[in-house]
Write a protein of this length. Structure first.
Length: 181
């Protein structure tokens, strides 16, 4: 899949170092785990799970995002299955050098279009910590709308957890109306 500035591709078993470098930045992980993901976890758990989704759910998964201009890896986008077979979960993670350049919105819009036009889903959802304002802005600019705020209990909460989690979503009818506008 391609956008104006990005090429999205499936990860391969040789991409461990890309994911390790991305997850090594504490700021990148701030609203996720608050700490780097160990290499062994990426190699033995994270990447094999990513590769399994490609086989189990064609069209879905986590996709490496590369700049078309130079092929540089800048992060990833994901469309993941949910417990609702008619819905998919949108996600993204970028290295800091790619922040603030519009890549997240560009890629998210492409995956949203892919979900509705090619995969036939009825709903795209995304969630983040309420205090993650940059991610919430990406969700809004991508066409998703605020749905709800909720609170979860975490044994080892991250700073800001007390403000809750938020969900944004877009349904097929709203997406189709926007395509006709």
């Amino acid at each position: 899949m391609e956008t104006e500035r990005l090429r999205l591709r499936q990860f391969t078993s040789g991409d461990v170092d890309l994911l390790v470098a991305l997850d090594a930045d504490v700021e990148v992980m701030r609203y996720l785990t608050g700490q780097p993901t160990p290499r062994a976890e990426i190699a033995d758990v994270v990447l094999p799970a990513i590769l399994r989704v490609y086989a189990d759910r064609p069209g879905l998964g986590t996709f490496a995002a590369e700049q078309k201009s130079d092929g540089a890896f800048i992060g990833w986008f994901g469309l993941q299955p949910t417990s609702d077979p008619a819905a998919v979960d949108l996600g993204y993670r970028f290295n800091r050098a790619a922040w603030g350049k519009g890549y997240a919105v560009e890629g998210a819009r492409a995956l949203i279009d892919h979900a509705f036009a090619d995969l036939g889903v009825e709903r795209v959802v995304a969630d983040t910590m309420a205090v993650n304002h940059r991610s919430r802005q990406v969700m809004r600019r991508s066409g998703l709308r605020f749905v709800r705020l909720w609170h979860e209990h975490f044994d080892d909460p991250l700073p800001g957890t007390e403000f809750g989690e938020v969900e944004y979503a877009l349904d097929r009818a709203t997406w189709e109306a926007g395509q006709r506008a």
